[in-house]
Design a protein around this ligand. Sequence first.
Ligand code: C5P
Length: 234
Amino acid sequence: MTLDARERLIVALDLPSVDAAEKMIAALGESVLFYKIGYQLAFAGGLPFAAGLIAAGKQVFLDLKLHDIGNTVQKGVESVAQMGATFLTVHGYPQTMKAAVAGKHGSTLRLLAVTVLTSYDDADLAAAGYDMGVSELAAARARQARDIGIDGLVCSPEEAATLRGIAGPGMVLVTPGVRPAGSASGDQKRIMTPARAIEAGADYLVVGRPVTEAADPRRAADAIVAEIGQATGN
Ligand code: C5P
């Protein structure tokens, strides 16, 4: 996949209001082309706002982590596909993934599966009734996602190399948990620098607070893009 360095940076708009998001986007200007909208902004007017961003030429990743009965997932994905979003997350359950693939049929939407939430450890899985650990379940779901026709996976940078081996070159790997050298890790436990995440096999990097909480967000984004460019040679 040949992408410019700037196309690989996705800034997470984890902000409380459309007003705050608009200010951030204005500050970032042409430095950022791709934005991720999750629960916080989506449920505060972020869905119509996302449609406006798309109309203004930006790419949007809707991080809604869908999971429901197949019919509901399929119809929901059909609606997201009509919005013109680029990426949408669904949980990596086979029935959910199959329904999502049916829902995006014929659109340019790309589906990303969440294999196992990164806040889960083996004890959380056991408490939820699973008889396998995180790495085994993540690998099994990555194989299922590939076979079902899901376009990509969300994973930590540490998992990227292993999952690339399962997913093959055709699937997109999107990694949060990216921190430029010297920036605060916040609540992220498994972090890598932008360059190392790219070297580990990530196609796209999701970065939130190191950009949105920087004194100069545009400069922070440009520095990340420069580091991505050094790692990719683009
Ligand atoms: O601020 P920060 O760079 O940590 O933001 C990372 C973003 O990626 C947040 O929106 C977070 O919800 C999301 N994310 C994550 N880990 C995952 C999946 C999504 O950090 N496994």
